[in-house]
Design a protein around this ligand. Sequence first.
Ligand SMILES: [Zn+2]
Length: 252
Amino acid sequence: MRSRRRVVIAIVPSLVLNVLVHSGHAWEEGAHTLITSDAVRMLPDPLRAKLQGELASVWTAGVIESAEGYDRLYLGALRGTAPDGAGADAALERFARRAEGMLTAGESLRDVVFVLGKAARIIQDLNVPLHTVWGETVEEHGAYERRAYFHDWPDRGQGYRGFHLVESYECFAFETARRSYGLVSFALWHTPPRRVIKETWDHAVNDTINLWLSIFYRSLGAEKSRDLYAIPSPLEEIGHASSCQRPTTPAR
Ligand SMILES: [Zn+2]
C-alpha cells in the first residue's frame, strides 16, 4: 500500500508537469521576461525610462500572468488533425483593445502596462514555431523551448527595425504565426539551429515593440503619442487583413 502510494505520488506531479508543459504557453517565463527586457531597451526614451524603472515589476507581472485564456494558433498538424484556432488571435485582439481603451480613458500608465505585458506574451508565443502546430510531443515541445534562449540581442544584422504600425491585432497574430510556422521542421531538430533561435527571438522583440507602440499610437493619435512618449511616425503597416487567411499547405 505504501509503495503504491509512493508510485501515485511520483506519477501525479509528472502528469501535472506534462500538462503544464504541453498546454503551457512557454517559452518559459524567463524567456518572456528577457525578450520583453530587450524590447523595453529599444523604446523611445520617455517610455523606456518608466518601463525600466518604476514599472518594471508591472510588465513583468503581466507577462507572467498572461497564460490563461488562450492556447496558441494552430495552422497545421504534425500528427492527427489540427483543431480549429485555439484563441491566441482573439486573445491578442482582446488585450490590445483593452489597453487601447484604458489609454483613451486616461487610466494610469501602471494599469495599462500590466495589460501590455499580457499582450506581449501572446505575440512572443506566436514566434515559437511549435505554437502553430498540432500533434508535437511534450518532449519535442519542451526540447525546443528549453534551448531557444538568446542572450546577445541585438546581434549583428539584428535590432529594432523601426516602428511598424499594426493595422489589425488579430491579423498580426496570424502574420506572426505564419512566419514562425515556416520554421517548424527546424524547431523539431534535436538541437534546433542557432540561426532559427536567433531569428525567432529577434522577431519576438520587434513584434513586442511594434505591438506596444501601435497600442499607444492608435489610441492617443499621432500628435499625443509624439508629445507624451516620443513615439515616431510609423514606417509601414503590418497585420493587414490579408494575413488573416490560413495557409492551406501542410507543415511537412
Ligand atoms: Zn510552448
